[in-house]
Design a protein around this ligand. Sequence first.
Ligand SMILES: Cc1cc2nc3c(=O)[nH]c(=O)nc-3n(C[C@H](O)[C@H](O)[C@H](O)COP(=O)(O)OP(=O)(O)OC[C@H]3O[C@@H](n4cnc5c(N)ncnc54)[C@H](O)[C@@H]3O)c2cc1C
Length: 314
Amino acid sequence: MDKKRIQKDVVIVGAGMAGLTAAIYAGRANRKVLVLENSLVGGQIANTAGIENYPGFLSVAGGDLMGVVQQQAEKYGATVDEFDNIERLELTSQPKLVETESAIYEAKAVILASGMNRRKLPLPEAPRYDDKGIHYCELCDGHLYQNKIIAVAGGGNAAIDAAYYLTKYAKKLYVIHRSQLRADKTSVDRLLEKPNVEILLETDIVGLEGEGHLERVRIHDKATGEDRTIPVDGIFVNIGVIPNTELFKNQITLGPTGRIESGEDCRTNIPGVFAAGDIREKEIRQLTTAASDGTTAGIHADEFIQSLSRKESV
Ligand SMILES: Cc1cc2nc3c(=O)[nH]c(=O)nc-3n(C[C@H](O)[C@H](O)[C@H](O)COP(=O)(O)OP(=O)(O)OC[C@H]3O[C@@H](n4cnc5c(N)ncnc54)[C@H](O)[C@@H]3O)c2cc1C
């Protein structure tokens, strides 16, 4: 059976902070908005217990915050659909086509807000310590480890920058990396100027221990073949991210980290296609910057549609 063709003004890919904020703005501009989500509405933050750096809240659970943002988007007319996976995106045509399992949407503008996933520590016990010693965001959770022993897993620039940031809290800070550092020398030198920093190279993390909360990390020194256990209160995992670009990576310009290249105006190389949130090449990836991008993308998508109507009426 042929799929139904449905017209929308704006289709948004991803119902995290960026996508839902874009939906609020495009919805308030009276646009017909559809948000497609292939997993959990709320994105990466949905399961985080206490967010303490989102303005307006002393502390708020990710699920509660994102529940309200979804309600706001729906209040202004957006449809949020979690059950209809996207099979194909055609971004260069006008209208753009978004084919899902059940329908083909024709959209005047598309906002890509599909975020990213962080690589997890490949240990079976790791999920037990999520938010109980294992963290992925130093800006978000570093302050929990005042005067504690912190480890950073990873050896790229992001890991070394995270380690540098965490030295303001740590009594002792380890960087643990399975090979040699890939970070640039200036960043490494800046880190090493800090007291109590120890870098363990050619070292695998082979086990996590602790009752309820992480207390120790077992490591394997590949050069000597020795195993030992070190006390660690918290480990910040920085072993890479996977930007969710699979659907459109062959149609759009990606930047050096595999995310979408766009300016602060969230415009991509394709007219009428905008990128918002963690999927965009940018320096700071937080809820506030995702909301900021969502605002910008939502407003520019509306302006783009206005410009189409002007062209049609000439
Ligand atoms: C554990 C953790 C704790 C954090 N804590 C904080 C904090 O305290 N404060 C803070 O400011 N930031 C925090 N962050 C960072 C913050 O969560 C991100 O910056 C923010 O969620 C980015 O929002 P986003 O909408 O760009 O992307 P995401 O939150 O990643 O949302 C993208 C959405 O798109 C969906 N999607 C992906 N591919 C597709 C597809 N093909 N089709 C449809 N949907 C798709 C995803 O399922 C997801 O729901 C934390 C991150 C993590 C991982």
